[in-house]
Design a protein around this ligand. Sequence first.
Ligand SMILES: Nc1ncnc2c1ncn2[C@@H]1O[C@H](COP(=O)(O)OP(=O)(O)OP(=O)(O)O)[C@@H](O)[C@H]1O
Ligand SMILES: [Mg+2]
Length: 332
Amino acid sequence: MKSPLMLIGPENRVLVQNEAMTELLKIDFRGRQYITALRQPAAIDAVANAQKDHVTKSARYVLHVGTRDRIFELSAIPVDGHVIVAFEDQTAAEETLSLRRDFVANVSHELRTPLTAILGFIETLQGPARDDATAQQRFLGIMATEADRLRRLVDDLLSLSRVEELERTRPVEPVDLGLIVSQATELLGALAADAGTKLISRIPNDLPKVPGDDAQLQQVLNNLIENAIKYGATDAGIEIALHPPAFETALHQTAIRMTVTDHGIGIPAHHLIRLTERFYRVDLHRSRAQGGTGLGLAIVKHITNRHRGKLLFESVEGQGTTVTLMLPVAVT
Ligand SMILES: Nc1ncnc2c1ncn2[C@@H]1O[C@H](COP(=O)(O)OP(=O)(O)OP(=O)(O)O)[C@@H](O)[C@H]1O
Ligand SMILES: [Mg+2]
């Protein structure tokens, strides 16, 4: 049996203890009173009650292993005057649950901000600003912006859950990265010009196609270019480059690099590893002001994983940022 098990006899002594249990408790308790082995009151009660009532009892059992808590569900199963004690590791399940709770809390918070603003302005329009045409125009404008933010948030959440769902199936259609770059620069050229910058693309000839999902790779590049425009617009421009295939030790195979480089504010080093977390923003106010939801790079990360690629952030504060996407040229 892989799960930790123990058999307790009528005399309250540990009769049998399997290897997994010894590994967990670090001590062989055979022949000794079970309370010296289990020690936690809830666990001892569960065993005592199982003996007394002849029904299976359970309890939560927390063990500190190294720096980490491991959480078990302990079952005490009565059999012919003996009690079998079984441990089931719940750590991963509890962690998933807590991640999900955090996520729901974050989503609720993100939704509440624009909703509160919209509701506030509706009240103002119904009351104090009822006869003020100028104010009405202005408030309606703000409401439209906030409603748009809500829509974008919902779109991004849907996109994220779709990408997560697909993550385990690797896309294999041959994709022309050169085409993706030229489409993206065309699509976002006007946005860049509005922000006072320009997009400069470098596409080498004779690039092989890579196995991928065309729409998702477009989404990745659009996200990266949008970020460069939002946080890195300068008159030095933004470079989008493809590099000839080369062996990448990080991937143990040949890959094509796609880089997006800006010359903007940059990102302080300690933020770099957290950028792809959902809702993570370096400067919350700046991102909000730009209509950001903080989900862009989380989506980029999932798409990269799906392609078995790698994402690299390099930045120097005050000088700019380069985001590199490595994409394997073959399915191995
Ligand atoms: N090129 C960049 N230069 C400086 N900071 C950046 C750059 N790209 C991303 N960031 C920082 O990383 C954060 C996370 O980026 P991400 O794309 O996930 O979210 P967002 O742009 O705020 O919102 P969204 O992409 O969902 O609209 C941004 O809020 C910003 O602070
Ligand atoms: Mg973004």
